[in-house]
Design a protein around this ligand. Structure first.
Ligand SMILES: C[S@@+](CC[C@H](N)C(=O)[O-])C[C@H]1O[C@@H](n2cnc3c(N)ncnc32)[C@H](O)[C@@H]1O
Length: 315
């Protein structure tokens, strides 16, 4: 079945990276094409609980048909209770087909139109001279704003926006019930998002205050399976005996660059052999060498004038 993912517009590379990572967890798929911020994907079997992890996708549709002239549209419509048809021009001119298609659906189903809250929402996407008729099956209701730093019991300004924290977690391709580790957990921002998608979360931080803060925040968001310990990055092996399935973390920044370099080295010395799967980390360092792991992808997120953050994904 063919699906269309309507995404945000900025950072198309990382949007595609996040989508591919989530689809890797979902199962077999093939990305067919990308028209502006609409990505077409052939998927054997879709699991909406997994799709619901996405942060940078706004809506998902089943593609019912691509058509040129309205006479060519050959779709058997099904409507639960009521419906609405809306057009979205990605590029090009309006088709003004909303009413015509709405009438076709009415003639087939005899269901009523409801613009406010329809059970079935149809979208006509226009891209130049191409038209796609789609039906919405998912909307992003992941309320990332409600988990921002200021809404947590333990607050600390260095915590990334929950939407980005979720993206980094998604890039690890962690499966539900598997163990994810953040060795610089800070306020627990990454672990909250990992816990919300059903991963078992483990974390550590050199600061006792942060360790207690992370515990408090995880409890506040109802994340039950967690273990947070105080540890310096060089002592991880002594503190945690087990191995983890993935690592997601934000390397310390804002301190002297020599110190950042040292912490990065210690991270790369101590973490890879504790992690079975992917390692995803953010850093403001642009050039990092890897010995034990292969760099799968690297993304740059532009923050402001002279500041970028880099996202590294290691296999
Ligand atoms: C960028 S912050 C992490 C922010 C976190 N992702 C969050 O959501 O709040 C980096 C954290 O690394 C911790 N840290 C710095 N040096 C460390 C070290 N040598 N070992 C372990 N933790 C360290 C700091 O206490 C800080 O909480």
């Amino acid at each position: 079945m063919k699906y269309a993912f309507l995404t945000l517009k900025e950072n198309p590379e990382i949007i595609l990276g996040e989508l591919k990572s989530v689809l890797n967890v979902n199962g077999k798929y093939k990305i067919e094409e990308m028209l502006e911020n609409l990505i077409f994907v052939e998927i054997e079997k879709i699991d909406l609980e997994i799709i619901n992890r996405l942060a940078l996708t706004k809506e998902v549709f089943i593609v019912l048909a691509e058509f040129n002239k309205i006479e060519d549209l050959n779709v058997k419509f099904k409507v639960k209770k009521d419906y609405c048809v809306r057009e979205h021009v990605l590029d090009g001119k309006k088709s003004n087909l909303e009413k015509t298609i709405s009438k076709i659906i009415y003639d087939q189903t005899k269901k009523e139109v409801n613009f406010k809250n329809p059970t079935d929402f149809f979208r006509i996407f226009i891209y130049k001279n191409r038209k796609f008729l789609c039906k919405k099956i998912w909307k992003n209701e992941n309320k990332f704003e409600t988990r921002k730093n200021q809404h947590r019991p333990f607050k600390f300004p260095t915590s990334a926006h929950p939407k980005w924290a979720r993206v980094f977690v998604n890039l690890t391709e962690i499966k539900k019930g598997k163990k994810i580790f953040d060795p610089f957990c800070g306020t627990g921002g990454f672990l909250i998002e990992a816990g919300l998608i059903g991963a078992k979360v483990y974390g550590s931080d050199i600061s006792k205050k942060m360790v207690n803060g992370t515990r408090e925040n995880l409890e506040f968001f109802g994340i039950r399976h967690s273990e947070i310990k105080q540890s310096d990055i060089s002592k991880i092996d002594e503190k945690f005996k087990e191995k983890f399935d993935a690592c997601v973390t934000g390397l310390p920044y804002g301190i002297a660059s020599k110190k950042i370099g040292e912490t990065t080295e210690l991270f790369l010395e101590n973490i890879p052999n504790k992690i079975r799967g992917k390692i995803v980390f953010t850093s403001n360092l642009n050039k990092i060498k890897f010995k034990e792991r292969v760099l799968k992808s690297k993304y740059e997120i532009y923050i402001h004038k002279n500041l970028s953050n880099f996202i590294y994904v290691l296999n």
